[in-house]
Design a protein around this ligand. Structure first.
Ligand code: ACO
Length: 311
């Protein structure tokens, strides 16, 4: 990759041109996208597990139908994202093998257990809320297929966030025991949700280059701050308290100051030591193994059809 090639590529990025699959691109750009889109796809697929855990126990038919639809949407998001990554020359089988072998990461948030129905509400409110904050800017990502996939994903995520907030609102306005359940779920999910945005900017390995390539449009800390500023008033409206004694409105910066994030916990979870990491990968491996016959049958069918056409 000559300096001229890299400069020409950067000039296209700076002019806000979209990069498409057949365009020449630096190997580092391709690798960064395969890594990020692959991790993102895995997160959607693994993200079906904590909520899937509550489908059979949803408290009403309406709640069950909404949760079922939401979990199916996440499966769909995973598929668009795998398809976007495939345009960069990596296969879905390869990406799945990397997930199952522990080589590819997925979001830390899905390694926490869902202990009560209130967790389903709080996941929609906080986890999908954080996902939207992070993903709206990805609709303007420089890589065309990723940016386009994100547009539909964000629309669906915004429905997920609302259904979650509505569950929490119902609990917060319910009996004292229901309000207590909602508060307990907020206490457990608040800090892990802040960790979803990734390490602080000082420790974020990839941010500088990804910002230059306009894959990322904001840094991890910038998005985390926007999320806190948007979410704290929502908690106040619900009459719930955010579990951070150091949380204060800072008039000068026009945002909240917050207490320290436990980065040791974050890295422990990212490296496989969270409460649910082992279960999540075991469940994905089981689903992949049990689906092998479907993949084989579809392939055999496609081959037969191709042979018939050729004959
Ligand atoms: N969970 C697990 N790993 C993480 C997390 C997290 N919350 N945040 C950062 N990491 C990893 C990075 O993937 C990177 O690891 P790698 O070098 O092995 O790939 C390492 O920590 C250092 O982080 P950064 O240098 O900041 O990485 P990056 O620039 O990729 O930023 C971010 C991380 C913000 C998550 C980015 O990749 C992104 O925006 N991804 C797309 C969105 C996404 O994946 N969302 C998933 C959750 S939302 C959902 O699925 C509903």
């Amino acid at each position: 990759e000559t300096p001229e090639f890299l400069a020409r590529f950067q000039a296209r990025i700076d002019a806000e041109e979209k990069i498409e699959p057949n365009d020449a691109m630096p190997e580092g750009y391709r690798r960064t996208l395969v890594r990020q889109i692959g991790q993102h796809a895995h997160s959607e697929i693994v993200g079906m597990l904590p909520e899937g855990n509550w489908i059979t126990r949803a408290p009403s038919l309406k709640r069950k139908a909404a949760l079922l639809a939401k979990v199916q949407d996440e499966g769909g998001h995973g598929l668009y994202l795998y398809a976007a990554a495939e345009t960069l020359g990596v296969s879905r089988e390869q990406m799945t093998e990397e997930l199952l072998s522990g080589k590819a990461k997925y979001s830390s948030i899905f390694n926490y257990p869902t202990l009560s129905w209130a967790d389903i509400g709080v996941i929609g409110w906080l986890v999908d809320g954080a996902a939207i904050m992070n993903q709206i800017p990805l609709c303007r990502c420089s890589y065309g297929p990723y940016a386009r996939a994100m547009i539909r994903i964000c629309k669906e995520e915004s429905f997920h966030q609302r259904q979650g907030y509505e569950i929490v609102m119902t609990l917060a306005r319910g009996t004292p025991a229901q309000k207590e359940m909602a508060q307990d779920a907020l206490n457990r999910w608040w800090w892990p949700s802040l960790m979803m945005f990734g390490p602080s900017d000082a420790d974020s390995q990839h941010s500088d280059q990804s910002m230059r390539w306009k894959i990322k449009r904001f840094t991890n800390d910038e998005l985390r701050q926007k999320f806190i500023d948007a979410t704290v008033p929502q908690a106040e409206f619900l009459g719930l308290s955010v579990p951070d004694p150091e949380l204060r409105w800072n008039e000068a910066k026009g945002g909240y100051d917050h207490g320290p994030i436990d980065w040791d916990e974050f890295w422990r979870v990212v490296k496989g030591g969270g409460q649910m990491n082992v279960d999540r990968i075991r469940d994905r491996k089981k689903a992949w193994d049990e689906g092998a016959w479907v993949r084989e049958a579809a392939l055999a069918h496609a081959e037969k059809r191709a042979a018939r056409k050729a004959a």
